[in-house]
Design a binder for this molecule. Structure first.
Ligand code: THU
Length: 160
């Protein structure tokens, strides 16, 4: 038997320590929670993607009475960016959540959204900085791969 360990790095920034360009991205994700359609969970998630050309694209979770037909904020945002700006890489994604009209502490993307983040990263060959926005701190991962160790990606489809 052999064992190997995979390490990942997550940094925590106080709001005042955030790089200048990240504050507007965080605020856009918080604002996006207001457009969430979440009558079932009442858990309102917002996401904001910064593209390589500086454009910010936002999205929020959109639920459905037939539950699996809804979609998370991260995927709404990434798919919107992919459609609207197919040739421009996504370089950062901020995520925030609120319930009962108040922001909640940092949440981390679900497995399905991590897989879509990974696809977006590999599609453009550029790491996506992921910001998990809390009220006082923001947790930052430097790439989608950092949140998805031992991932399955497009290269695996070439295996024979
Ligand atoms: N949700 C997101 O939008 N993003 C996440 O990272 C986690 C969960 C949504 C899905 C559903 O509408 C609600 O939050 C409760 O799970």
């Amino acid at each position: 038997m052999k064992e190997f360990k995979i390490e990942t790095k997550i940094m925590t920034y106080g709001l005042s320590e955030l790089p200048d360009e990240d504050l507007p991205l965080m605020n856009a994700a918080i604002k996006a929670t207001e457009h969430s359609y979440a009558p079932y969970s009442k858990f309102h998630v917002g996401a904001a993607a910064r593209l390589a050309n500086g454009v910010i694209v936002t999205g929020s979770n959109q639920e459905n009475a037939a539950y699996p037909s809804g979609l998370c904020a991260e995927r709404v945002t990434l798919f919107h960016a992919g459609h609207q700006y197919p040739d421009i890489p996504v370089v950062a994604l901020a995520i925030a959540a609120a319930t009962g009209g108040r922001q909640v502490e940092s949440i981390s993307p679900c497995g399905g959204c991590r897989q879509v983040l990974l696809e977006t990263e590999q599609r453009y060959g550029k790491k996506i900085k992921i910001m998990l926005c809390g009220m006082k701190n923001v947790m930052i991962a430097e790439s989608a791969e950092a949140l998805l160790p031992l991932c399955f990606g497009s290269k695996d489809l070439e295996k024979k």
